[in-house]
Design a protein around this ligand. Sequence first.
Ligand code: ADP
Ligand code: MG
Length: 263
Amino acid sequence: MTGSAAPLLQLDRVSKRYPRGPLALSEVSLHVAAGETVGLVGESGSGKSTLARLALGLLAPDGGSVRFDGRDPHGLRGRAGRVTRGRLQFVPQHPRGSLNPAQPAGAAVEFSLQVHGVPRDERPRRVAELFRRVGLDPVLARRRPHQLSGGQVQRVAVARALATGPDLVVCDEPTSALDPASQRHVLDLLAELREQEGLAYLFISHDLGVVRRIADRVVVLRDGSVVEEGAPDRLHQDAQHPYTRALFAAASAEELPHAAPVP
Ligand code: ADP
Ligand code: MG
């Protein structure tokens, strides 16, 4: 089979312009192999979320192509659509906004299981399992989103994504709304799940310091174009583009050792 050699996600010279809006992406090519974590970094407005929506099939490109496991994820319907949506999942920046405030947090995870075809009587057990898997006490499944912290809500979003057994999870600024300690915990969780489940991530952030901690490969986006890509350490030591160097200069350095004393 040639399938195993092809990347899981492949964007080929993708362009996107919003109606009466800017050219959000211009001929962007990017791929994610099975089990790989690709970091996508760029300033606010560089086109990261647009790329996420295209990768998830929520938007169609104006030019170029998007393939998930060889198929265009946009407009897939019926069984093929369900199967693809299960394998290709999403963790948003502001998950509180994607949870129903009137329903307990567990309902979102249960709904994901339902769409994935898990029988009703199995769902409560699976919800509890998924809550434990993301480091949450299953009793929290009965709380409403406003009764949970930002970090806990983000873990619920991760549990909801895991419920369908995905191969690739697109994480759009999954830690940007969190304080540094919760940010570190969610990053550690994502890294751990990747090891356990063999997940691939498209991990998006404006913060190269965060991306660098988790990505195998980093793609740098500026004004809708890729300016540079490479292994995080290579980029850190030898960035070719001044924009990449500027992103490193602005990066959070939370895990770096304390600054060396000035000689
Ligand atoms: P990022 O996620 O990197 O901040 P976005 O993909 O959200 O960037 O935005 C890229 C560009 O497209 C920005 O100039 C933004 O203002 C514009 N844009 C994003 N969404 C829309 C939309 N729904 N309609 C019009 N313009 C949009
Ligand atoms: Mg964005």
